[in-house]
Design a protein. Structure first.
Length: 348
């Protein structure tokens, strides 16, 4: 299998899980070298860009790839500052990988499963009042993103569907169906293993990391801000379960998934339960707030639950008390000089 963007948050968790299961050899492609802990778990690490078609051709000639996890992307906040670069990485890079998968499938005579993580940034509701009125949003509702990242992701969802169902449809030979495109439209993902990287939904993990380090945190959203979230282990489970699902059960190419949707104030209260001395207040960034007000307060993931048995293990309470708080607490207790040791969590 090939994993692009393997050095990111999802890549770390995915490689850990895949290495436990064994089976397929793991080949990774990233613009930066993997850290030693992750690199030791892969069979071949390739350093390079998904924009390098020559490199992809060499991968095509050297390996027989039956499964692609295309994780490489320029995330939402950075994409707003560099929209041209975002388009190159997020769209042109994805198109390169879809062509790679198509050629791989044609070469070896079997479909290539192409796993693509998308985002709730593909939605674009009409603001606070529209968000409240919309309730749980289905996959085909409100496809009006207001960010470059959201536009990129929505277009790539459509590109994937094109390769899966309509590729070169005027050719004499049927060429579609060689790429088995499967898209998971993720909510905000919260990981205990990696430091938040400034994403639009990162106010949740930033609260926990700051509290664990004994640092003041000024949250950049309003207390009533509400979007769907998921703990990273459930995100990894979703990718692996979806990748293994029988193709005949799937009724669509893009699926919503979610686990819980607390307000920012509810997240703050949960963090304070674990770190009573934490200093968390509010300093609203109106521009980022404006983006979050176009994202749904919740999404309807009934299709994923029905078609491929999606079922997250960690609800809001369990995600914090069993995964995020203890893991992040341990991270900083083992790192001297990162702030005072926080008070013990009342529940584990």
């Amino acid at each position: 299998m090939l994993i692009t963007g393997a050095g990111g948050e999802i890549g770390h968790g995915l490689i850990d899980r895949l290495s436990e299961h064994g089976g397929r050899a793991i080949v990774t492609l990233d613009v930066s070298r993997l850290d030693g802990r992750i690199a030791s778990k892969v069979d071949r690490e390739i350093t390079g860009s998904i924009l390098d078609r020559g490199l992809l051709e060499r991968v095509l000639s050297e390996f027989r790839v039956e499964l692609v996890f295309h994780l490489a992307a320029l995330l939402s906040t950075r994409s707003e500052f560099t929209p041209m670069t975002a388009h190159q990485v997020n769209v042109e890079g994805t198109l390169n990988l879809l062509e790679f998968a198509q050629h791989e499938a044609e070469s070896h005579g079997r479909p290539v499963v192409f796993m693509y993580p998308s985002s709730i940034a593909t939605y674009g509701l009409s603001g606070r009042s529209g968000k409240t009125a919309a309730g749980k949003v289905k996959e085909d509702e409100w496809p009006h993103p207001t960010t470059m990242y959201g536009c990129n992701k929505l277009y790539c969802e459509q590109l994937g569907t094109y390769y899966a169902r309509h590729y070169k449809q005027l050719a004499a030979e049927t060429l579609s169906g060689r790429v088995d495109f499967r898209c998971v439209r993720f909510p905000g993902l919260i990981s205990a293993m990696t430091v938040p990287s400034g994403g639009t939904s990162d106010y949740a993990p930033e609260m926990i990391h700051s509290a664990a380090k004994g640092e003041h945190y000024a949250c950049f959203v309003r207390p009533d801000t509400r979007i769907p979230f998921m703990a990273m282990p459930d995100g990894i489970d979703a990718l692996m379960t979806f990748a293994a699902a029988p193709r005949q059960r799937l009724t669509r190419t893009t699926y919503n998934v979610t686990a819980f949707n607390p307000s920012a104030e509810e997240i703050r209260e949960m963090v304070l339960r674990a770190f009573p001395s934490a200093r968390i207040d509010w300093d609203v960034d109106q521009k980022r707030q404006g983006i979050l007000d176009t994202w749904p307060a919740d999404v309807d993931d009934a299709a994923a639950r029905h078609d491929w048995d999606f079922s997250p293990r960690l609800d809001f309470e369990r995600a914090f008390q069993e995964y995020l708080v203890p893991t992040i607490r341990e991270r900083y207790e083992k790192s001297p000089g990162l702030g005072a040791t926080p008070a013990p969590s009342p529940r584990r």
